[in-house]
Design a protein around this ligand. Sequence first.
Ligand code: NAD
Length: 350
Amino acid sequence: MADQTRQKTVVIADYDYGDVDVERAIIEGAGLRLSAAHCKTEDDVIAAARDADAIIAQYATVGAKAIDALTRCEVIARYGTGTDIVDVDAATRRGILVTNVPNDWCENEVANHAMTLLLGAARKLCQYDQATRAGRWQWQTGEPIHRISDRTLGLLSFGAIAQAVCRRAAGFSLRVIASDPYMPAADITDRGAVPVSLEELLDQSDYLAIQAPLTKETHHLIGEPELRRMKPTAILVNTARGPIVSDQALYQALSEGWIAGAGLDDIEEEPAKVHDWTPANPLFGLDNVIITPHAAYYSEEAIHTVRDFAASEVVRVLTGQPALSPVNAAQVANTRGAANPRLGTGPPVW
Ligand SMILES: NC(=O)c1ccc[n+]([C@@H]2O[C@H](COP(=O)([O-])OP(=O)(O)OC[C@H]3O[C@@H](n4cnc5c(N)ncnc54)[C@H](O)[C@@H]3O)[C@@H](O)[C@H]2O)c1
């Protein structure tokens, strides 16, 4: 029989926030115990969290091996929206709920960052900044710059963030087109963009903003043939995931003038996942590309929201309340053979 007096334990498998004060206030405030680790591997997760009642993870992989080793875990919460670091099927088989944070925690930050990269590249901010620091006070150091209004912004995907970009684009008098094979054309039209095929998107975009999820289908979706058919004046912005674009093809496109510029919030090797990363990628040698360190989601407020939500989610589950953002609630309910009020009522968010 379960020991009702046992204090339940939450293990934070990994975090890069400097401290866990936000989580501690919520978790210990609910009478639970907190322990925090810096797991890099599944073996680290097993060592740190084998007997945990709940796990919160940022980047650490919580795969089938780790999940099968857990003795009493009820919930695995992801700091963020994507749950690709968790083997959700393995968790479901073990009757463990997986939760995420609904994507509005950083939607505005990412949309602002996409527009910032677009405008920065189009207005040649980095070139001007470098020139003025070198003593060249001449508008010509940015030549050529084209008028932004009335140009075409192409959105690869028309999900939540792309729609937020679309709303911002109206303020710059941009015509917006979007390619999203999983969204009905009428929904795209209703929200202010013209639905197009991928080929039309590549042909017509003056600015191409990539905001699709990284899937088998979108991996290297933008490679040599796609970049070759874009306008030579086009600017590519990627605030999604690096591997959607082939960096080798992009380097060739930017250095040989197939397209004019790029603004990237991630590169193909995804440095955040690489130990002892150095900027050896040839893209860093080009002055017509702006690169930021997968920072589009970041604001103090967004980070606070994601930490607060993930910690509150495990508290809800461990204290018998429904989760607000369960990913596998229906599947876990089936696995357990009965509806469980702790699993929440929201739709699965994949
Ligand atoms: N750089 C960052 O800091 C940051 C932060 C948050 C999200 N992201 C990235 O942005 C992506 C989108 O986020 P969101 O909140 O808008 O997601 P969302 O779930 O609201 O929308 C995703 C959209 O992509 C569409 N899609 C799927 N496959 C596609 C394809 N092959 N071609 C075109 N469209 C396709 C879907 O139909 C959906 O409409 C995330 O998957 C993530 O990779 C990046």
